[in-house]
Ligand binder design. Structure first.
Ligand code: SAM
Ligand code: SF4
Length: 330
């Protein structure tokens, strides 16, 4: 049965063409702001299967979603990641398959991911300084991650971008190195303001700095803000005529950040989450086993959207029920 509504929208007139799908809660890194003590098993590892993911994507595609980002935990620890990507690329209407990864096995795997249909790649690199990278992530892997990025740049991805969490002391110290990095490379590096989650209150208090240090640094040096794509992510990106790449900022604490929200999230166990910093979620999993349940799935998703809040409440120190971002993906 065909579904009437062609697009997902909420009570504030926002349209949703972009889904961030966590495919695992497991991670092999110990980033100081996320999983400083490493990932700990808290329940069965019953994450969505490649076929459940395909059914989910097919329902979303029917109502206007064209972009799916795989995230986690660390998505590339899944042994069946190729099947997940291949299944998504077979879904009519899904035209962008993106992934956010810490890059630990990028150099060995990125070609296979590209061949399976991955079109957009984001790699998290918090520092270009090897010791700082080691201290933040718990792994002395910067050379391997950078080799993987160079390999990715040779593979004709539609985009390769880097994410760096903006931290007091390490953030500003690295700006010159990042600018030098993008001078010849057509790659965007985006700083993410540190976000407060359930587990990191003390860390946040000690390490948060405002994203305006990035934009101030850029504008003083002649970088200019670029227009956004309609299904683009939350970053504001800046370009400069002397540099092949871009530098940007994701600033969830900035005024109006939620006004242009175009994304929904699904947990690795199949719960629709309306906001990263919300609470609970709408369970979709019972409708993901059979492709015939697509209409019911679309109805459930559309009904849940009516409850999407206008914005997060981070300013009131209310980060929602997320303990850390590895639970749901950034
Ligand atoms: N493991 C993958 C990775 O690190 O790229 C994907 C999941 S990770 C949760 C997604 C993004 O969220 C990464 O770029 C990470 O640096 C960022 N992140 C995690 N915790 C954060 C926090 N508290 N504040 C801001 N960004 C955070
Ligand atoms: Fe793992 Fe990504 Fe969290 Fe780092 S930010 S601990 S790589 S999930």
């Amino acid at each position: 049965m065909a579904f009437e509504a062609r697009n997902l929208s909420d009570g504030f007139g926002r349209r949703f063409s972009y889904v961030r799908l966590s495919v695992t809660e497991v991670c092999n890194f110990r980033c100081t702001y996320c999983l400083p003590d490493g990932w700990k098993k808290t329940g069965p590892l019953s994450f969505l299967t490649p076929s459940e993911i395909a059914n989910l994507a097919s329902a979303f595609a029917e109502v206007g979603v064209s972009k799916i980002r795989l995230t986690g935990g660390e998505p590339s620890v899944r042994v069946d990641l190729i099947d997940v990507i291949a299944n998504l690329s077979a879904v009519d209407g899904i035209t962008k398959i993106a992934m956010t990864t810490n890059g630990w096995n990028l150099d060995r795997r990125v070609r296979q991911w590209r061949n399976a249909g991955l079109s957009h790649l984001n790699v998290s690199v918090d520092s270009l300084d090897r010791d700082t990278f080691h201290r933040i992530t718990g792994h002395d892997k910067l050379p391997a991650v950078m080799a993987g990025i160079d390999e990715a740049l040779s593979l004709d991805f539609r985009s390769v971008k880097l994410n760096a969490v903006l931290l007091k002391n390490t953030g500003e110290a690295g700006f010159d190195a990042w600018a030098e990095f993008v001078r010849q490379r057509p790659i965007a590096v985006r700083f993410i303001e540190l976000m407060r989650t359930g587990d990191n209150a003390d860390y946040f208090a000690a390490n948060y700095i405002k994203g305006s240090v990035v934009t101030g640094w850029l504008t003083q040096r002649g970088w200019r803000l670029q227009p956004k794509l309609p299904d683009g992510g939350p970053a504001a990106e800046y370009a400069h005529p002397d540099y092949a790449g871009r530098i940007g900022l994701i600033a969830p604490y900035a005024a109006g950040f939620c006004d242009g929200c175009n994304r929904l999230r699904v947990t690795s166990r199949g719960k629709l989450r309306l906001c990263l910093f919300g609470e609970g979620g709408c369970d979709l999993r019972d409708l993901l086993q059979n492709a015939e349940d697509k209409s019911a799935l679309i109805h459930r998703i559309s009904a849940a959207l009516a409850g999407k809040p206008a914005g997060h409440r981070l300013h009131e120190n209310l980060p929602g029920d997320l303990k850390h971002l590895a639970e749901l993906g950034g």
